[in-house]
Ligand binder design. Structure first.
Ligand SMILES: Cc1cc2nc3c(=O)[nH]c(=O)nc-3n(C[C@H](O)[C@H](O)[C@H](O)COP(=O)(O)O)c2cc1C
Length: 248
């Protein structure tokens, strides 16, 4: 049975709206027979790696000196077939919480440089590093905002020698809550159904077809409408006539 473990790096923990998509995807995956689990990284103590190299080398019995939950969470990730990284787009990148967790994957790479792809790089040392799925949401309407983060994950997966099995990016995330005024269930429900189907498809085929990826990438509402409704919502919030999360 395929086991997918999602690590949600939103500072909002269980209130993360990215989690709405994660839940839909995992629900679809379970329908196709997968076993799933979600870890809210914000609920755990994970310190940044300070490169002390005590962990050098997991293979030689080294142990992380941080004394926090980092090693146990890494172990959980390594026991999955697929790791789903979920994150809000924060300053054009993954959240600091998820980045800190990723730093704790350092024991899995060899410190010795080797030439690969024309660059010095660190080949993955763990016997098997699970495939990654990247799932992210952002407030801006355009999908291009995810490009820098996508590039980061792709470069990292070259280093770890694993596969990015799917990437799901969703701009227009204010349609998923927070600006209550922008609720559009008529587009949200079909989109979440699509994400559920993507979860099932992933389990059956080990990836997403180009058609599914293209459907997931489509705008939910027209750009002009999103911008006009978003700006009107912010006007009300900033002039104090409406609170964030309130539906007028
Ligand atoms: C500090 C901070 C920085 C952000 N930076 C961006 C950004 O660069 N681009 C963007 O479109 N949205 C940005 N956002 C908005 C979040 O990506 C968006 O609200 C996301 O859907 C939140 O998901 P969550 O509820 O799962 O945390 C930022 C939010 C925060 C708190």
């Amino acid at each position: 049975m395929t086991r997918i473990v999602a690590f949600n790096g939103s500072p909002r923990g269980k209130n993360s709206r990215t989690q709405i998509l994660v839940e839909a995807f995992l629900e679809g995956a379970r329908r196709a027979g997968a076993e799933t689990e979600t870890v809210f990284l914000a609920e755990h103590s994970i310190l940044p790696c300070d490169e002390c190299m005590s962990c050098r080398v997991l293979n030689n019995g080294g142990e992380c000196a941080r004394g926090d939950e980092g090693p146990a969470l890494l172990e959980k990730a390594l026991n999955a077939d697929t790791v789903l990284f979920a994150t809000p787009l924060i300053m054009d990148s993954m959240s600091g919480i998820l980045k800190t967790f990723l730093e704790r994957w350092l024991p899995l790479v060899d410190s010795r440089f080797q030439a690969r792809h024309g660059q010095g790089t660190m080949p993955g040392r763990a016997a098997r590093i699970p495939d990654w799925i990247i799932l992210s949401t952002c407030s801006f309407p355009e999908q291009f905002h995810f490009q820098a983060m996508s590039r980061t994950f792709r470069e990292l997966s070259k280093r770890f020698g694993n596969r990015i099995a799917a990437e799901i990016y969703r701009g227009e995330a204010d349609l998923f809550g927070r600006l209550g005024q922008m609720s559009h269930p008529e587009v949200l429900e079909p989109y979440l159904d699509l994400v559920r189907s993507a979860g099932s498809e992933f389990v059956k085929n080990g990836g997403l077809s180009a058609d599914t990826a293209e459907l997931l990438d489509r705008p939910l509402i027209p750009y002009e409408q999103y911008v006009a409704e978003g700006n009107a919502a912010w006007d009300r919030i900033l002039e104090g006539t409406c609170r964030i999360d309130e539906t007028p």
